[in-house]
Design a protein around this ligand. Sequence first.
Ligand code: ZN
Length: 285
Amino acid sequence: MAAITRFSKPSVISHVRRCLYSSSAVAAESNQHAPSPFGDYTITRRNPSERNVQWVFLGSPGVGKGTYASRLSNLLGVPHIATGDLVREELASSGPIAKQLTEIVNQGKLVSDEIIIRLLSKRLKAGEAKGESGFILDGFPRTINQAEILKGVTDIDLVVNLRLPESVLIEKCLGRRICGQCGKNFNVASINVKGQNGCPGISMAPLLPPSSCMSKLVTRSDDTEEVVKERLRIYNDKSQPLEDYYRNQGKLMEFNLPGGIPESWPKLLEALNLDEFDERQSVAA
Ligand SMILES: [Zn+2]
């Protein structure tokens, strides 16, 4: 609840709320006439002033999206919902969707938007029953179609798009190492991009292994420059229309990461108007 008060400052959020009221009213109306494709998992739409944040995190592979989404969800007291985890959890369960999923995965097919949104609705419904308020989504939506389906399920207040220059993403991915013995992840890339043309520089310290792991480091076979570039190209092709979609609704917040977590975290909180909130939390802790 404290977070909500904080968000009511004149900021991107208040603009976001104005957009939200009109879009949710339309969605609520259309829901009355069409049977819900989400079965029993219809989620209650709550007024933004009566709930916590409902945010989406976007970002290229390797940008560290999961890390920031997870930290923010801890700070704000909302669940961090990664759709990859939902699929894995469902596969490990024995529910009706699990059977369908197992077949799809065994046939090497892609999991459909419909199944993902059913899993997500189920997760949100379960959260609602437990008294959860708000969420941060990671890994969904990936396409405009998914965003449109999501709009039929729940309201999104803000979409945070984490960005790093492509050269940095490539360097970061190429620096990834895994210890062949203990399985821990490290990164040997030491990134130091000088600021130019008004763009600030970017520096990221490597995450070096202890000496016991040093001689056992291996590189993932798909962390080659060619593969990483292709991964980024595919991501950009898909995400650009999605970014435009949310930008046109006034919901997209672009955030250029200035470095690793120590440099980026305080700046991200500042951009989200959460810097004072974080200080209060630290004092209370
Ligand atoms: Zn090790």
